[in-house]
Write a new protein. Structure first.
Length: 367
């Protein structure tokens, strides 16, 4: 494992680190197998990436999946973002389209990251620990001195940055350079296969209940997957809420409740006081929540795509409150709003949030 230190501008951080690159944009330039592999590893984070020019080819060749990356936003005096490399490719067209520049050196050597986290690590202190002068500002991307990095251990452990286990599961170093991209027809067939897989999972949701989940995975595995997903939600929403889009979004306050709402679904599904009938509906809502391609796909439009997830959750929680009791919901809620008032507000606004047709379809999913 190595550590890559990278300077960054606010514009480019917003473009490809703090939010996902549009999935369809990526599919226009990248091999379908590669896109699917990135999405499997990054899960709800989507596609986050950075790049090097051809005069940094040696550095590109040296980086590998699993390497840690620290980005420093100009003018902050801090390392502001952390990520883990999950793939790389050489692709001039992708680089030129995503980061247009004038000149002969496009951003063509691209690497992809997951586990993106906003951090505040003092730059001067860390560069000194890594063997550089205090005045070293990281003017260009550089691989940290290995001996000094190894003495620290890993950045994630040293600075208590959570790294989720799924990141390392599918690390590979396949060649996905632009010269190996298949024909458009083959790529679209891969897209169709991927969509069919999503439809299969989606149709399976109709039958899913707590007992069905136990047949496919034990409770510890389910809990671990849900904890991983909750961590992703927290990171994604934190980044988005602090972005210019998130700060000005008309439904910002409701979308900020997403992580706590998902956590409540999971907690209730494991509460012995909750009836099996309610747990069956909770399982359906949890499954729907984790679909990337649902009625309003967050994989394409980012956190505003969670509005339908918020509504199906509210409908499910209201059922638990009515069918079981309100106290079990109140006692399990960890959010900062009154849960009864929040659920009522979401359901009251549902038609305006997603439209009456989708609202009706969501209600039917848990009927």
């Amino acid at each position: 494992m190595s550590l890559l230190l990278v300077p960054a501008t606010r514009e480019n951080l917003e473009k490809s680190i703090e939010q996902s690159v549009d999935i369809e944009f990526a599919r226009n330039y990248l091999q379908e197998e590669f896109v699917e592999d990135l999405l499997r590893q990054s899960r709800s984070e989507g596609i986050r990436c950075w790049a090097l020019t051809k005069n940094r080819r040696k550095l590109y060749d040296d980086i590998a999946n699993g390497d840690e990356v620290l980005l420093t936003e100009g003018g902050t005096g801090l390392f502001t973002h952390y990520g883990v490399i999950i793939g790389k490719t050489q692709n001039v067209s992708f680089g030129k389209s995503l980061w247009p520049i004038s000149g002969e050196n496009p951003w063509e050597y691209i690497y992809f990251l997951a586990n993106i986290q906003k951090i505040c690590i003092d730059k001067k202190q860390l560069v000194v620990r890594l063997g550089y002068k205090e005045s070293y500002a990281v003017p260009g991307s550089i691989m940290a001195k290995n001996d000094n990095y190894e003495a620290i251990g890993t950045i994630s452990k040293e600075y208590k940055i959570p790294v989720f286990g799924y990141i390392a599961e599918n690390n590979n170093n396949k060649d996905f350079s632009a010269s190996n991209i298949q024909s458009s027809g083959a790529r679209r067939q891969g897209h169709a296969n991927f969509s069919e897989e999503v439809k299969t999972n989606y149709n399976g949701m109709k039958q899913i209940g707590r007992s069905d989940i136990k047949n496919n995975a034990n409770e510890d595995e389910i809990a671990s997957m849900n904890v991983d997903y909750l961590g992703q939600l927290n990171r994604q929403l934190d980044t988005w809420l602090n972005s210019s889009e998130g700060k000005n979004h008309e439904h910002r306050e409701l979308l900020a409740q997403i992580p706590d709402t998902f956590s409540l679904l999971c907690t209730l599904s494991n509460d012995n006081v909750v009836s099996e009938k309610s747990k069956s509906k909770l399982a359906k809502a949890i499954t729907y929540f984790q679909l990337k391609f649902d009625f309003i796909p967050e994989a394409f439009i980012g956190p505003p795509g969670y509005l339908d997830d918020l509504i199906i959750s509210a409908l499910t929680i209201r059922y638990v409150m009515d069918y079981d009791n309100k106290d079990v919901v109140r006692n399990s809620w960890e959010g900062n709003k009154d849960i009864t008032a929040l659920i009522a507000e979401i359901i009251e606004k549902a038609d305006d949030l997603v439209g009456p047709d989708i609202h009706k379809k969501l209600a039917n999913k848990i009927a």
